[in-house]
Design a protein around this ligand. Structure first.
Ligand SMILES: NC(=O)c1ccc[n+]([C@@H]2O[C@H](COP(=O)([O-])OP(=O)(O)OC[C@H]3O[C@@H](n4cnc5c(N)ncnc54)[C@H](OP(=O)(O)O)[C@@H]3O)[C@@H](O)[C@H]2O)c1
Length: 332
């Protein structure tokens, strides 16, 4: 094995061009960690925010961007059990994914679901962990309930639609074009509302006979917050996972009080290894069988060689993609 690797560095905060291929020493796995030879790494919107300077890695995490990888176990750190060198693995990482090698705590690793290749496997962790912990843990979405996810064609949205449908919810979504809406319907949404042409509040009221939805997963924030509360049913749960249009809004709490609504949210990256490990275990038990049966799966829009990470970010910022963008290393 070599002692240096190619990685993508954020040379300074700025546009996609600041993503520069560099050579770095191989990271060394600490106790309880694995060193993974990376075959593919998923690209996520939080990587764009990090590149722009708006999302610093948590303490101790690599400065290299990248939150999810698939590859093979290269080295076992001290105390790691249950894995062998050469095993195929997919993992949620707190940073360092845009590289040929990456270290990760063992609890955040999962076997690659049967039937998925490296590119598909690399596109799973960030959105499946996020959707699971927010929609099913925090918001407790139940079979037979109704669910609205904004940004249905995003990496998060395409996962949320499929998982909510697979667990028996009625699924509604918003997306930014007729083509994106059509893709959301193919993934199992009952209604996809083109938010550039239609008012989602009126569309949801009509679709639910005025009752509203039980759970909303929102990444837009800003002006969406009051509108979400208006269409959240009695005992409904609104989960905020990002604020693409701002984190501040004047909200009318009358809906929260009169309809006993819950407003919550979370962010995955700074959570502890133990918490991420608990999410991994739940996914392994409840979602891996669905992935292996082909009932849910990552939607791959485009792959780029690792050295072309800047082009991958340009595509993500164009918002013309549907599903996931993945970087490949040609290794593992
Ligand atoms: N809290 C967490 O733990 C967590 C974890 C992962 C991701 N996230 C967040 O979840 C969101 C989705 O992530 P992703 O990786 O799936 O991203 P993505 O694929 O790039 O999707 C973002 C989508 O948001 C929609 N959008 C709505 N308003 C927008 C605006 N003002 N600017 C840009 N896009 C807008 C766009 O679709 P339309 O054309 O339909 O508008 C776009 O496709 C991101 O905001 C990310 O930060 C949160």
């Amino acid at each position: 094995m070599t002692d240096s690797m190619m990685a993508i560095e954020i040379a300074e905060f700025g546009g996609p061009e600041v993503l520069q291929p560099v050579h770095r020493p191989l990271p060394v796995p600490a106790t309880g960690e694995l060193l993974i030879e990376v075959a593919a790494a998923g690209v996520n919107r939080p990587d764009v925010l990090q590149r722009q300077g708006g999302y610093r890695p948590p303490p101790g995490a690599s400065d290299i961007p990248g939150l999810e990888i698939a590859g093979r176990v290269a080295v076992l750190g001290a105390g790691v059990e249950g894995w062998r060198e050469g095993d195929k693995v997919t993992a949620l990482v707190a940073g360092g994914g845009y590289a040929e090698f990456c270290t990760v705590p063992a609890p955040q690793c999962l076997p690659i679901p049967r039937g998925l290749d490296m590119v598909q496997a690399a596109a799973v962790p960030e959105t499946f962990f996020t959707v699971w912990t927010n929609v099913f843990d925090r918001a407790r979405l139940q079979e037979g309930e109704s669910f609205l996810v904004h940004g249905g064609s995003s990496g998060i949205g395409t996962t949320a639609i499929q998982l909510a449908r697979a667990f028996g919810a009625r699924v509604f979504t918003t997306a930014g074009s007729p083509e994106k809406c059509a893709a959301c319907l193919r993934l199992g949404a009952e209604l996809a509302i083109d938010h550039r042409r239609e008012d989602f509040v009126a569309a949801i009221q009509e679709a639910t006979g005025g009752r509203g939805v039980d759970v909303i997963l929102d990444m837009v924030g800003g002006g969406y917050i009051n509108r979400n509360l208006r269409i959240l049913a009695v005992e409904g749960r609104l989960v905020q996972i990002a604020f693409l249009e701002g984190s501040k809004a004047e909200i009318d709490l009358v809906h929260v009080m009169m309809k006993r609504q819950t407003l919550t949210g979370s962010t995955l990256r700074p959570r502890s290894v133990a918490e991420k490990g608990a999410i991994a275990a739940a996914l392994h038990e409840k979602v891996w069988p669905l992935l292996e049966a082909g009932k849910v799966g990552p939607v791959i829009f485009k792959t780029f060689p690792l050295a072309e990470a800047a082009a991958a970010h340009r595509l993500m910022e164009s918002s013309s993609h549907i599903g996931k963008i993945v970087l490949t290393t040609g290794r593992a």
